[in-house]
Write a protein that binds this ligand. Structure first.
Ligand code: GLU
Length: 476
């Protein structure tokens, strides 16, 4: 919950935007054009459920159409409101621009607690919401392409895609109307874990730059780093899993809805996740120390803090007590503008949301391209690549025997070298590249300008610069 003394989420995003544009030399009036949300559609629709008509309120906000389609998730939560979807839509514009996903920003939401409904009820609600949005081109392969967000996932995206296809029976590109679909309904390998994977790649890239590591007062690599994760949903879970299982980091605390659990020896993320799935929370987990007020663990002594839940969780009430020298915003807007200022003054380095959680929309972009091209990535090249590699291996091995010197290639190397890339490997490679390039564009600004002292401002400068250039090229 955002403290009363603080601005709303949208105002908080605008404040950060304003801080950045003050350092830019934009054409008069362009700053306002970029900042404001172009349109927000509110829809109230009824669905007959359990013997009565239940009315639902949904939103789809379009922040910027400098590129189309516009893109952004649809959230199912009781906290959804106009201010929130507008803030999130604005962040989508900046995010897409920063990672060069060719979209404008949008976001949607439905005011609903999905846990209160059975699957068949959720399907009817989702199909009706889709119908309302599609009627106004707010779901459309070339106009507006939603995706999963909090409270939604592959299942909801499959219903939306199917509903859209039913309404547009001759549209050959209908599948591209939404991303985050299951693989068997036009999805792409690696989309489910993409945002968490992106958080991992972002941290890997950060730890490739000794100068940046030093700015956070840290040293070394990700190996052994003590991490606190808030929210073990899709993003938090995958980030925590990859960082512990692949990079040797240690997740010492996890904060969930019902409390927090802290174990200095490091938590087993898959085991904890299985416990949460079975028991509905972290309470009672056999290892570590449980506290009911989990937010206290945001203030724990650690190296890296990963807020991966709601907006506004690090705010004026707790910013002073945050000890982490490095925060990576896996959620959208987890640090309020006021908290951001306090943390900056303390020297805390914040890897901002618009970059840190851009893995989801990046892989959504790949999925959209896959849908429009109607072919799985790697289908044409994979075996050809393998046969060309085989030629090299045969030649080398032939050489060795003709020279009478019986050496052979290491079988493990051979196996890896000969294997052509499948869709998942290509998606990972594209995501890794995107995260590296975007980080480098931010750090270049961060280190080259005296008036830019944090990565968030650098991220805004890069992304607003591109949006402005695009508006200007159009001759707006
Ligand atoms: N909801 C995700 C986000 O906030 C993904 C959006 C998308 O894939 O379009 O970035």
């Amino acid at each position: 919950m955002i403290n009363r003394k603080e601005p709303s989420f949208r105002e908080s995003v605008d404040l950060m935007f304003n801080r950045a544009v003050a350092l830019m030399d934009l054409a008069p009036g362009l700053e306002e054009k970029i900042r404001v949300c172009n349109a927000t559609y509110t829809v109230r629709f009824g669905v007959r459920l359990r013997g009565e008509v239940k009315t639902f309120t949904g939103y789809r906000s379009v922040h910027s159409e400098h590129m189309e389609p516009v893109k952004g998730g649809i959230r199912y939560s009781l906290g959804v409101n106009q201010d929130e979807v507008e803030a999130l839509a604005a962040l989508m514009t900046y995010k897409c621009s920063l990672v060069e996903a060719p979209f404008g920003g949008s976001k949607g939401g439905l005011c609903i607690d999905p846990r209160e409904y059975e699957e068949h009820e959720l399907e009817r609600i989702t199909r009706r919401f889709t119908y309302e949005l599609a009627k106004r081109d707010l779901i459309h392969p070339s106009q507006n392409v939603p995706a999963p967000d909090m409270g939604t996932g592959e299942r909801e995206m499959a219903w939306m895609a199917d509903q859209y296809a039913r309404m547009n029976t001759t549209d050959i590109n209908a599948k591209a109307c939404v991303t985050g679909k299951p693989l068997n309904a036009g999805g792409i390998a690696g989309r489910v874990e993409a945002t968490g994977r992106g958080v991992q790649y972002a941290l890997q890239e950060f730890f490739r730059h000794p100068e940046d590591i030093a700015k956070a007062g840290l040293s070394g690599t990700l190996e052994g780093k003590r991490v606190v994760v808030q929210g073990l949903g899709n993003v938090g879970y995958h980030a925590a899993k990859f960082l512990t299982q692949e990079d040797g980091a240690k997740v010492i605390a996890v904060i969930e809805r019902d409390g927090g659990i802290l174990d200095e020896n490091g938590l087993d993320i898959d085991d904890l996740q299985a416990w949460i799935a079975k028991h509905g929370g972290v309470d009672g987990y056999p290892s570590g120390k449980y506290i009911k007020d989990g937010s206290k663990y945001l203030e724990a002594d650690c190296d890296i803090l990963i807020p991966a839940a709601l907006e506004g969780t690090i705010n004026l009430d707790n910013a002073d007590r945050i000890q982490a020298p490095l925060i990576i915003e896996a959620a959208n807007g987890p640090v309020t503008a006021g908290a951001d200022e306090i943390l900056r003054k303390k020297g805390c380095v914040i890897i901002p949301d618009m970059y840190a959680n851009a893995g989801g929309v990046t892989v959504s972009y790949f999925e959209w391209v896959k849908n429009l091209s109607h072919i799985r990535f790697g289908r044409m090249q994979r075996r050809q690549e393998e046969s060309r590699h085989q030629l090299v291996v045969d030649q080398l091995e032939g050489l060795s025997s003709s020279m009478g010197d019986a050496w052979s290639l290491d079988p493990e190397f051979k196996e890896k070298y000969l294997r052509g890339a499948d869709e998942l490997q290509l998606v990972r490679s594209g995501l890794d590249d995107t995260m590296r390039v975007a980080y480098q564009s931010m750090r270049e600004v961060w280190h080259s300008r005296d008036d830019v002292t944090d990565l968030r401002t650098a991220a805004y400068l890069v992304s607003i610069g591109k949006v402005a250039a695009s508006y200007q090229a159009k001759g707006l």
